[in-house]
Write a protein that binds this ligand. Sequence first.
Ligand code: AMP
Length: 411
Amino acid sequence: MAQKNNAQSKPIKDVLDKLSVEELDIAGKRVFIRADFNVPLDDNLKITDDKRIRSTLPTINYAIDEGAKVILASHLGRPKGRPDPRYSLAPVAKRLQRLLNTEVLFAADCIGPHVEGVVSKMKAGDVLLLENLRYHVGEETNDEDFAESLSRLADCFINDAFGTAHRLHASIVGITKYLPSAAGFLMKKEIEHLKGVVTNPVRPFVAILGGAKVSGKIGVLEHLEDKVEKVLIGGGMAFTFIKAMGYEVGDSLVESDMLDTAQRIRKKLKSAGIKFYLPVDCVIAQTLEPGAETKIVPTLEIPKGWRALDIGPATVKLFSIALANAKTILWNGPMGVFEIDAFSRGTFAIAHSVADAYALTVVGGGDTDLAVHRAGVSDAVSFISTGGGASLQLLEGKELPGIAALTDKKT
Ligand code: AMP
């Protein structure tokens, strides 16, 4: 989440009407911080990417510096409501200890008399990580008793788990009934950027949408309808739009049940005066095999038996020119099957165009985040969201349960 200062932007409007961490008096208090430590682990339970842990460090360090007793909680994987060592947060405790350079206590459960005993002995500045919240069924069912048991550990609640803010779970929503509840720094930054970009964009505002399916991005397209100047569509979803216009797309990905919707949206955007760009050429192959023969063809000339798996060089040029005068760019979804080298060039080229733009650039969605990192330009975009589903829902203009549940800011 590097910040760059070259954007000619107005300050992001104060879009958070909820308490934030600096507005809580936490000195000497027991502070329950809900984090998203759902990190990827290899077969030996070693963490392969600790970005999610690092994203929450500003909130944790702030709480330590303020002299709070810091109680951290998260889910990891899907242990189905019972203890399962494969999903233990113990490796996270070890990594946190290294990142914070301070002792991190680890409790073998997240509720109950034993944990309450450990908490009662904590001193100002101590850090405790609780075991996986999803070892209890009550977490995902937002069970009131479970939420109340969690709340008993603390005097106040801070939610920094943006990636889980769209879930109606006990440690996200239920607990807020019992404790003053505020947004952590990561949560605040996510809301300010994602909500800010769609409520108060500096114009021209260009949205780039990609990824596999139209169905996953329809909500965003509908919400952006009266906000953007241009929409650039890449990835598999482009071919549902092209097919809906009456063209053949070979064996490219098409969602047959979305053809009417795609046509309706395209016409609606057009009549609203929004420029709607689709790929003019693409990289095609007969299979997804890494060594498969590939060709570059105009989009309207994809033969039967071949499928489009990336945007072509003419589209990269077209999209890059269309981006050149943007002052705000929102990018969600890759331009092709970027996981495979032969189909990654379009996505990486667009990543460079976005990074080079003299604009506020906001990148959302797990895949796009990965693409920007692989392209080596993550430091040159203004903001990369840590949330997949949660960021999409915010961009769709929906209220996230985890944000709605926080204590209202005093006016
Ligand atoms: P989404 O989760 O909808 O953002 O989709 C991301 C996935 O879309 C990535 O894993 C890409 O491999 C895939 N994808 C992108 N372009 C295409 C395409 N032209 N055909 C099939 N899959 C694609």
